[in-house]
Ligand binder design. Sequence first.
Ligand code: ADP
Ligand code: MG
Length: 260
Amino acid sequence: MSAVQLERLQGHLQRLRLFKSCERIEAILQKAAAEEIGYADFLGQVLSEEVAAKTSKNVAMRTAMARFPFVKALDAFDFGYQPSIDKKQLTELANCHFIEHGENIVILGPPGVGKTHLSVGLALKAIELGYRVLFTTAAAMIATLTKASAEGKFEDKLKVYTTPKLLVIDEIGYLPIDRMGANLFFQLISRRYEKGPMILTSNQSFSAWGDVFGDRVIATAILDRLLHHAITLNIRGNSYRLKDKLKAGLIRTEESDAVS
Ligand code: ADP
Ligand code: MG
């Protein structure tokens, strides 16, 4: 193939925004000639490299847009350390059928047991499957909605949280929520009810959500919608953050006290 021919080909590929193919075409052509592969195999190779490149770019972009606090996959989760989580159940959830069914996942447990890690891991799976995801903490979302409401932009801002296919709301219960915040939170939950799957995490059991939201009636209304179609994972056990200290006997927990 002449240099002019190659240049023309690369021009077309560039124009079609098939950048990976443009970069690889010369090498693939040479290989195809050397190995005498057929037309279909040649085209298959060009296209599969292009699709792989576009997919991985897309995943990277959607991962950045999701605003995770950290990017850790489920593979990096040590299930051996957290026997209260059923690895099989989690692997099943990672298929993301809950998203298609509009179901929620609620992850409860004390600090450091992996609630955020599991939410991020599941959300990354959703991204791999092509869904748009947004991660927020309850406090950040309520602060944003409260400000928007004061500025008369509530409906606009609400869209930020209703548009993504999967919304992760982390850390419900760490910070107290005022009446206005509870109200705005309820509106978001109502809006996503039955059509917008969510993953929520909390360090507080459901019975304490009345105190978290400062209002038993609103908390009940929120839980009523959230739990209508939901899978709850209760994580018990020790903080992973304190794993090494626990091992070294530097701190005590109820569990280690019971053993000793
Ligand atoms: P939580 O949200 O429950 O407070 P995190 O998910 O933030 O806890 O976990 C705290 C840190 O410990 C994170 O860096 C997380 O990746 C890690 N971690 C927690 N549990 C595990 C685990 N079972 N295997 C591997 N890493 C873990
Ligand atoms: Mg967390």
